[in-house]
Design a protein around this ligand. Structure first.
Ligand SMILES: [Zn+2]
Ligand SMILES: [Zn+2]
Length: 139
């Protein structure tokens, strides 16, 4: 997804196009992995652009609109990732330290998705999975 189409999706959802929104979307797009609020606030694009509270409010509005996905166990270990149509990731989350990593294995759910699509008539079907456990550092 390009920054332009990410901005278009936000505007279609009723969000105002601001510099802060643009920089937040660009940062999430570049990162291509879930980021915490603290990481976002400290990232080069955002650190000069807006404070943590502004980023937090933006993330909540984006999550409400289904444009950003919130991952993780609780507020203190929350990660945020851009929802990109047609692309999905499954994640591994450590219940001890809250770390998060994409699953490094082929997704087995796509065959199931095809079956569900055929049986239910749903279009634009997608899924995202979260697996929980104890990471090597914590075990
Ligand atoms: Zn851990
Ligand atoms: Zn999957």
């Amino acid at each position: 997804m390009t920054l332009g189409s990410a901005i278009d999706r936000c505007r279609a959802a009723g969000l105002r196009r601001t510099k802060a929104l643009e920089e937040l979307l660009a940062t999430l797009l570049d990162a291509a992995r879930p980021m915490t609020l603290a990481e976002l606030a400290a990232s080069p694009r955002l650190v000069t652009q807006c404070d943590k509270a502004t980023i937090y409010r933006l993330l909540h509005r984006l999550t409400d609109k289904g444009l950003v996905r919130r991952l993780g166990l609780h507020e203190r270990a929350a990660y945020f990732a851009l929802v990109v149509p047609g692309q999905h990731r499954d994640y591994l989350i450590c219940t001890e330290c809250g770390s998060i990593a994409p699953v490094d294995a082929p997704c087995p759910v796509h065959d199931l998705e095809d079956e569900i699509r055929a049986k239910s008539g749903f279009q634009n079907l997608y899924h995202e999975l979260e697996f929980f456990g104890t990471c090597p550092d914590c075990s």
